[in-house]
Ligand binder design. Structure first.
Ligand SMILES: C[C@H](O)[C@H](O)CC(=O)C(=O)O
Ligand SMILES: [Mg+2]
Length: 395
């Protein structure tokens, strides 16, 4: 039986939150003096938008098939990723059978090796791959989680990332992951302030709720080890992305020196099975956190997950809403999920990719139920009220 073919592939851009969740207007916890590698320059310390964290915006990829079905996906990448999709990647997709995900992935990756391998190109590849999974789900009238093997559990507990882990616990989450506010350039005062916040949160959350620190690549090995040991008395469950992603050696050294029971999580800025192979084989992490919109899409995430499983590692995808949920429900080594609190004060649950998706499921009492994913593809639609722009056309 021959499968329908892909008849059209288009790339659009959107501004204002959504998949580029750092692109928020107005005061927001996600841009409130968070420690970064740029914080060594005082002028870029207060706001991540000041150094351009929100320059890209959202990439929207739409795919259509010969049977009239359509699929779409959103990720970060904006205009430059739209150019890559329209001018380069589309040639491997148009006319292909909707089932040819592995061949299309291999052709997109192999043909861009001379300027790709990570970052923006992998965002673009991820966007196309996710749109094609959504399309296949619509052709088959099946949810993505069912197409990748089915659910291994009925409910998925979530932890919340944001400024108020204490409120996250009240909302039913496993606990919370705080952004670290002060890096090495802010000296002893910053170090003390980092610990003070942790202590305050622990005091209101009680002894059992999860508490983690997301360091967003901002530390050095010495600072990270000192922070981890000082944080142990506050029950820090894991330290996340302590050093820049290319420093595999630093990650491994920090992990080796962690206090007993504390874990190291990293990987949201890593891509492909080859990047994650380095993290796994060099002993860099206990929890791998690929972002399905950045690491190569679902096709590649499944390979990363198999590799991780063989190393006894958990895979807890970074953000990415429904694109992560369908994956996580189908993997025994993804026993919980991240929920990014996108309310400006992190005090209530709003859909992670708001306002871009309609029908986006959110955890209720900190848990997702498999029934929330029971719709074709990724089960969401693009909000028709948004102003889509198509900056480039293939050809
Ligand atoms: C809170 C972090 O700085 C970042 O914005 C999100 C992230 O790294 C995560 O969710 O993990
Ligand atoms: Mg993180």
């Amino acid at each position: 039986m021959s499968a329908p073919t892909v008849t059209d592939l288009r790339a659009y851009v959107l501004r204002g939150g959504g998949a580029d969740y750092h692109d928020q207007d107005g005061p927001h916890w996600i841009d409130d003096h968070i420690a970064t590698p740029m914080a060594r320059y005082p002028g870029y310390r207060e706001s991540r938008q000041s150094f351009g964290l929100n320059v890209l915006g959202t990439l929207v990829v739409v795919a259509e098939a010969s049977d009239g079905s359509s699929g779409f996906a959103v990720t970060t990448g904006g205009e430059p990723a739209a150019w890559i999709v329209e001018k380069h990647l589309s040639r491997f997709v148009l006319g292909a059978a909707v089932t040819d995900l592995s061949r299309i992935w291999d052709q997109m990756y192999s043909s861009t090796l001379f300027y790709g391998r990570k970052g923006l190109v992998l965002n673009a590849i991820s966007g196309v791959d996710l749109a094609l999974w959504d399309l296949l789900g619509h052709v088959r009238a099946e949810p993505v989680y069912a197409m990748i093997g089915g659910a291994v559990r009925d409910e998925q507990p979530c932890y919340a990332t944001g400024a108020r882990p204490d409120l996250a616990v009240e909302l039913g989450f496993l606990g919370g992951k705080l952004p670290l506010h002060h890096g090495p350039a802010e000296g002893a005062d910053g170090f003390t302030a980092n610990l003070r916040l942790l202590a305050e949160m622990r005091a209101t959350m009680g002894p059992d709720a999860w508490l983690a620190y997301d360091c967003w690549m901002s530390l050095d090995v010495d600072y990270a080890i000192r922070l981890a040991h000082a944080a142990a008395e506050h029950g820090l469950r894991w330290i996340e992305e302590p050093v820049p992603p290319d420093d595999y050696w630093g990650h491994a050294a920090i992990r080796k020196a962690l206090p007993p029971g504390m874990l190291l999580a990293t990987g949201e800025h890593e891509a492909t099975r080859w990047g994650f192979r380095l993290l796994a084989e060099m002993g860099c992490a206990d929890i791998l956190q690929p972002d399905v919109g950045w690491c190569g899409g679902l096709t590649e995430l499944l390979r990363i997950s198999t590799l991780a499983d063989a190393h006894g590692l958990l895979v807890v995808p970074h953000g990415s809403s429904v694109y992560s949920y369908h994956f996580a429900f189908a993997q025994h080594n993804s026993p919980f999920s991240e929920f990014l609190m996108m309310a400006p004060a992190a005090d209530r649950v709003v859909p992670m990719f708001h306002p871009q998706l309609l029908g986006e499921p959110v955890p209720e009492h900190g848990r997702l139920r498999i029934g929330q994913l029971d719709a074709p593809g990724f089960g969401v639609t693009l909000n028709p009220d948004l102003a889509l722009a198509r900056p480039y056309r293939r050809g």
